[in-house]
Ligand binder design. Sequence first.
Ligand code: TD3
Ligand code: NA
Ligand code: ZN
Length: 305
Amino acid sequence: MLVTGLEILKKARAEGYGVGAFNTNNMEFTQAILEAAEEMKSPVILALSEGAMKYGGRALTRMVVALAQEARVPVAVHLDHGSSYESVLKALREGFTSVMIDKSHEDFETNVRETKRVVEAAHAVGVTVEAELGRLAGIEEHVAVDEKDALLTNPEEARIFMERTGADYLAVAIGTSHGAYKGKGRPFIDHPRLERIAALVPAPLVLHGASAVPQALVERFRAAGGEIGEASGIHPEDIKKAIALGIAKINTDTDLRLAFTALVRETLGKNPKEFDPRKYLGPAREAVKEVVKSRMELFGSVGKA
Ligand SMILES: O=C(COP(=O)(O)O)N(O)CCCCO
Ligand code: NA
Ligand SMILES: [Zn+2]
């Protein structure tokens, strides 16, 4: 059933588990994510970035909202990294039940003002809001303290920000970053900082850039002809620890992209004569579904629907 993001995340934070927000741009990813959620009896968030909205248009948004309504588990349809008020309004018009306004690159007062404006519009139509404070950036452990403070989320600022904006959940910067290159080896995650934020912010917390980028998947991608440098993601133990400290929504995109693309390359490589898209998109869909199921197990959302 189609529910708001807060309905899913409030329970998750209260009960100490995480819920995956998985990005989709097409039918196969959407099917894979929802099938995994139903099989695992797990709540799930289907996330569409502005790029996804541009790429898929109404074909994508109509499909995602309709399938979320019919799903046998709680599903929120979420705008990921909304960059403007107008973009959020478009998502609201499409029937989304969660929207992110990401003004984390602006100064504090601008972020507060813009976020507050979105909260008023979204709440007026029963939709909940994710905001962001702090800048996503892979942080080497030895990085100078003042530089870390400039980038990572300040706990006291976070408290004031949430009180002034009325946002429902908060994306925090504690050392993660988007994509396949999150740092040399095991990225440094500032768990003590997360603990201080969670003590001051009762709202569900969000972790962006949370993909694991598992070496097995990187190798499989390379073996199938893919080219990727020294890739590394967030260690499973660091995810579990972050969930125990208050992270409720965990964004995963890169792992799904790697899995899908590795399988498409692999299937095409093995069958040069093949030109039925279902023959190479189908196995790729299965690979995405397996990744989603394993993420749900790690997050502890299995059986929580
Ligand atoms: O936080 C994330 C995903 O992080 P990751 O790249 O670790 O999967 N997202 O918000 C997904 C969109 C990223 C830019 O397209
Ligand atoms: Na998001
Ligand atoms: Zn993100």
